[in-house]
Design a protein around this ligand. Structure first.
Ligand SMILES: CO[C@@H]1O[C@H](CNc2nc3cc4c(=O)[nH]c(N)nc4cc3[nH]2)[C@H]2OC(C)(C)O[C@@H]12
Length: 373
């Protein structure tokens, strides 16, 4: 059974919507936050721990797995689900963004991207065809079109050329996409911070009738209000019966603001990345648990949190583990941050169901603080 989006209801207070995304590996309640497992592992987390904290779907990455261990090995292992023992849905990003954020010596042409591996310097290339074939081999439920994420800031003319090329690449991905799997190929809208280019990109991609649409080229260092404006300029041109995925977004405020504007799917390395330096997302805002003031604090990281870490361990203990460079400390902060965002989306869905997401936003920001979290 392929990927199918079911719109349950729209929030009466905002443009948010409650949905269910049916995939070959299970149903996802949306809006949803997708933990990132770039190299076929959400750093430090077992599949059981991810299920316990409520992860419905996780991300992995074509660029990284293409470089190491190689998509042929993953295919030989029975595909990504088998390889990493994750039996729920997986989405793979297509590699374009990672080539630009990770590799050296990259050259972009109409054909695709040539680059050097950030691991061993090997000269490699990815094209719309090869990136699609790699994802077909990896076997994720949702795969992404191969695109270019223009840098921010960038000249209008550059963004225009790049976005038009991304639309041509999207068509090539569709042609290369093997129908033998039940995988859904999502298009990625680009257009930088320009409303006219965003509209054109959305029209180009929706004319190709993808089963879902991502908004790329955002969360690349632009002020958040630019990102929200681009959502408002793009979403009206996307079909209401298909999922919308905002790539690379994972702070609590942005998840709420994106949901209010009609986004259904989010992913970001933020929660797992900041957990590894002892920074926590809590109901009272961000907290750096390695801070000396928590030395004798025997309370939970977040008194309002029901995650495994907050139910069983104190700030003092977790601070000690991090200071002592004990692996368990970062596993506990990761469990907490992922649970925090997954649980935030449970609350967002509840608020949509009860037509009060606007009110929820005010209450949450009041407690969490408007700092850039
Ligand atoms: C807050 O985390 C930093 O911000 C980046 C996330 N922001 C992001 N925007 C994205 C855009 C695209 C896109 O246009 N196309 C494709 N295919 N994938 C994409 C993936 C993206 N992720 C993280 O990426 C780094 C590691 C640079 O810092 C993190």
């Amino acid at each position: 059974m392929a990927v199918k989006y079911e719109l349950i209801k729209t929030c009466a207070q905002t443009g948010a919507r409650l949905g269910r995304l049916h995939t070959p590996h299970g149903v996802i309640d949306t809006p949803t936050f997708m933990p990132v497992g770039t190299q076929a592992s959400v750093k430090g987390m077992s599949p059981e721990e991810l299920k316990t904290l409520g992860a419905q779907i996780i991300l992995s990455n074509t660029y990284h797995l293409f470089l190491r261990p190689g998509h042929e090995l993953v295919k030989e292992a029975g595909g990504l689900h088998r390889f990493m023992n994750w039996d729920r849905p997986i989405l793979t990003d297509s590699g374009g963004f990672q080539v630009f954020s990770l590799s050296e010596m990259r050259k972009i042409t109409e054909e695709g991207v040539q680059f050097r591996s950030h691991i061993n310097g090997d000269k490699l290339s990815l094209t719309p065809e090869s990136a699609t074939q790699v994802q077909n081999a990896l076997g994720a439920d949702i795969i992404m079109a191969f695109d270019e994420c223009p840098p921010y800031p960038a000249e209008y003319e550059y963004v225009k050329q790049s976005t038009e090329r991304t639309s041509r690449w999207a068509e090539r991905c569709l042609k290369a996409h093997s129908r033998s799997h039940d995988q859904a190929l999502f298009g990625i809208v680009q257009g930088g911070m320009h409303a006219d280019l965003r509209k054109q990109s959305a029209l180009d991609l929706t004319s190709l009738d993808f089963p879902g649409y991502a908004m790329g080229g955002l969360s690349v260092g632009e002020p958040k209000h630019f990102m929200y404006e681009m959502l408002e300029e793009t979403i009206p041109y996307l079909p209401g019966n298909k999922p919308r995925y905002l790539m690379g977004v994972g702070s609590p405020d942005a998840l709420i603001e994106g949901s209010i504007r009609g986004v259904d799917m989010f992913d970001c390395v933020l929660p797992t990345r900041i957990a590894r330096n002892g920074t926590l997302m809590t109901s009272q805002g961000r907290m750096v648990v390695r801070n000396a003031k928590y030395t004798n604090d025997f309370g939970p990281m977040d008194p309002e949190c029901s995650c495994y870490a907050c139910r069983n361990y104190s700030r003092a203990y977790i601070r000690h583990l991090i200071k002592a460079d004990e692996m368990f400390g970062l596993r506990l902060t990761t469990i907490h941050n992922l649970h925090f965002l997954v649980n935030l989306m449970v609350q967002v869905r509840e608020a949509i169901r009860e037509d009060r997401l606007g009110t929820f936003r005010e209450e949450f920001f009041e407690k969490y603080g408007m700092a850039d979290n």
